[in-house]
Design a protein around this ligand. Structure first.
Ligand code: SF4
Ligand code: SF4
Length: 375
């Protein structure tokens, strides 16, 4: 039996149009009562990465979040909006993203996912114990609302990676560090978080997606005009990769999902419902130049890391020395000195947390010369 992914065209964020498209997607997926029962506490989990306005395409658009929350209310559910942004200051993130306003207008809660609790993932998993938000684990239902974006470390971020928001903010950097320099290993951890969180339904906002140096303010908004839904976020991510025209070997969470047998990664086993994928196919979508980190002897790894992987560099003309990157860096290798930033690149694990949190879009992944030549 094939795994269903539903696609629906939606030209812009006009609220009535978005709600109609979301309702149509849910109907294609079998109707909301398949996913929400009257009285269910439903975590509506957007991407609230950073305090950026909706037009920057950093976060899930409020019109999409509102449409989903309204439909859950109509079905008798009790929705609450929650995430754990990378940058401290949930209130300002809620305000700037427009999601605070949605919660206020609908009279529903919105809050920062806190209270980490241990989740035993089982003996077969590499990460046998994960630390996840208690609110996420206690919710009766989870509707995952990712934004489709490029990601300097993971190539793309969509359905699977959005569940990383259920790891409480202060723990995220530690998990980056635990997963180390090996992106495949980090991707494996993301897949295991996704498997543990196990969202009931994923509805992806790709009306305006992000290309280039995502996932933060360094990326560039790109109109695709698409909303997509699936119960299996891996199948949804695979479908979006094809629409963007990406290389499956570079999409690390997809590779990891195939390795551990989570979700459907084989496009021949995915059935696309609604508007056909062909009408959304992108030409010249700009992917980040992530390069590939390999395993092997430490000397070779260091050479590869320094010469064949992108590294974070600040644009001094934009940097306000706000110190956010210094504070978030899990390896503490950024220091503000003499009016500029200094990095110890030998110890940089290329997690690109610094790129994600930079409010000015000043921190960017820069491709070394050798990687450019090899590419
Ligand atoms: S400098 Fe940036 S990419 Fe390197 S470890 Fe620190 S936060 Fe991660
Ligand atoms: S977060 Fe951005 S603006 Fe702030 S110090 Fe780092 S590079 Fe500069």
């Amino acid at each position: 039996m094939k795994t269903d992914v539903a696609l629906k065209a939606c030209a812009d964020y006009e609220p009535a149009r978005v709600k109609e498209a979301v309702a149509s997607l849910i109907s294609l997926m079998g109707g909301l009562d398949k996913f929400v029962t009257r009285g269910d506490a439903v975590l509506v989990k957007p991407n609230m990465l950073a305090p950026a306005p909706p037009e920057r395409a950093v976060t899930t658009h409020p019109a999409v979040v509102r449409a989903v929350a309204e439909l859950v209310l109509d079905a008798g559910g009790k929705p609450f909006i929650a995430d754990s942004p990378a940058i401290p200051g949930f209130a300002i993130t809620a305000k700037q993203t427009g999601l605070g306003e949605v919660a206020k207008a609908l009279g529903i809660p919105i809050f920062d996912l806190k209270d980490s609790t241990e989740f035993k993932a089982g003996e077969k998993r590499i990460f046998r114990m994960l630390e996840l938000s208690r609110h996420a684990l206690d919710a009766d239902r989870i509707i995952n609302l990712p934004k489709f974006k490029t990601h300097a470390q993971m190539y793309l971020t969509a359905g699977v990676k959005n569940t990383f928001g259920c790891v409480v903010g202060s723990r995220k950097a530690q998990w980056h560090f635990k997963a180390g320099t090996d992106r495949i290993f980090f991707a494996r951890m993301l897949v295991e978080v996704y498997h543990a969180v196990d969202p009931d339904l994923t509805i992806l906002d790709s009306i305006v997606a992000m290309e280039g140096d995502g996932p933060g303010t360094g990326g560039t908004p790109r109109q695709i005009g698409l909303l997509a839904a699936a119960a299996d976020a891996v199948a949804l991510d695979r479908t979006m990769l094809d629409i963007a025209g990406g290389d499956p070997d570079n999409f690390f969470t997809l590779c990891a999902a195939a390795d551990v047998g989570v979700g459907e990664t084989d496009p021949s086993r995915i059935r696309v419902l609604g508007d056909g994928a062909e009408r959304f196919r992108q030409r010249n979508f700009h992917f980040p130049k992530t390069g590939k980190i390999m395993v092997g002897p430490k000397v070779l790894q260091r050479f590869i890391i320094n010469h064949l992987t992108a590294k974070p560099v600040e644009d001094r003309s934009k940097c306000t020395l706000c110190n956010k990157c210094v504070e978030i860096c899990p390896t503490e290798i950024i220091a503000a000195k003499d009016g500029r930033l200094a990095f110890n690149y030998d110890k940089c694990i290329r997690c690109f947390c610094c790129v994600e949190v930079c409010p000015e879009g000043a921190m960017k992944p820069v491709t070394p010369l050798l990687l450019k030549i090899v590419s």
